[in-house]
Write a new protein. Structure first.
Length: 256
């Protein structure tokens, strides 16, 4: 996992093509279909710069955003000040999640699970999420698929250019583990017309559907739906993203 020290400065500009409002409304519809708990507390796990937190708060949820990057959270707090929405942000490693109470809905979006480097780390996140979930609470997360890692991201290089920054994104795939090392070089246009250079790097690992579903079952969740590519349809073989919807059956806490 990475602190995104450089990437945080450019994240929103480089992901401007993502329709966060549409994604938030998509999650909202999934929640509407499957939610059975009474309260409306929503945890945005690995919330980044808070774009989805903002949308979900605007839709009426009591939002808590958690991320391990101070830099990302700094951007999120700036958005909160601008919007005036009542969002609480916490700087935590999601493998060591520690909430003040139980949560009705947890979302973990934009392939944040892929940033975990092992199934053991995924298990830790699932366990902590279950522990702080209401019985019957929802856990909704998306992942980049094995197909996307092997066929789309692979060993490819991508370039992105905006008004202020030029980014070169280089991938290196380890076919034995389906892990991709990603190196990002940023060239930011300064007022004097020259460019300053900075870099960041991190890894993403793809996990099989079978492994993820096994871990959900072992950590107290029941899988209630699985969708492909932000639809309400089952994932196709060439799906690049899978959305999992799980319900907490056992959070491991002693029931009184």
């Amino acid at each position: 996992m990475s602190g995104y020290s450089a990437f945080a400065r450019y994240y929103d500009e480089l992901t401007a093509n993502i329709d966060y409002k549409k994604r938030g409304e998509y999650f909202h519809e999934i929640i509407r279909r499957f939610k059975t708990t009474k309260e409306n507390i929503l945890l945005d796990l690995a919330c980044g710069t808070g774009s989805i937190s903002e949308v979900m708060a605007g839709l009426g949820y009591d939002v808590i955003g958690v991320d391990s990057s101070d830099e990302m959270l700094g951007m999120a707090i700036e958005k909160k000040f601008d919007s005036g929405l009542n969002i609480q942000y916490l700087c935590q490693d999601m493998r060591k999640l520690d909430m003040f109470g139980t949560i009705d809905v947890t979302i973990c979006a934009l392939d944040s699970i892929n940033h975990l480097s092992s199934l053991d780390d995924v298990r830790k996140v699932f366990e902590r999420t279950a522990f702080f979930s209401e019985i019957g609470g929802l856990f909704i997360f998306d992942v980049n698929t094995l197909y996307k890692h092997r066929r789309i991201l692979a060993d490819n290089t991508f370039t992105y250019e905006t008004e202020h920054v030029y980014c070169v994104w280089e991938n290196t795939l380890n076919p034995a583990t389906d892990e991709i090392k990603m190196n990002l070089e940023f060239f930011e246009l300064e007022e004097n017309g020259l460019y300053s250079r900075s870099s960041d790097s991190f890894s993403e690992k793809a996990y099989s559907e079978a492994d993820l579903e096994k871990l959900l079952a072992e950590t107290g969740f029941e899988l209630v739906a699985k969708y492909g590519d932000d639809t309400y349809e089952s994932p196709a073989e060439d799906a690049q993203r899978i959305i999992y919807v799980a319900r907490c059956k056992n959070n491991g806490q002693t029931q009184i």
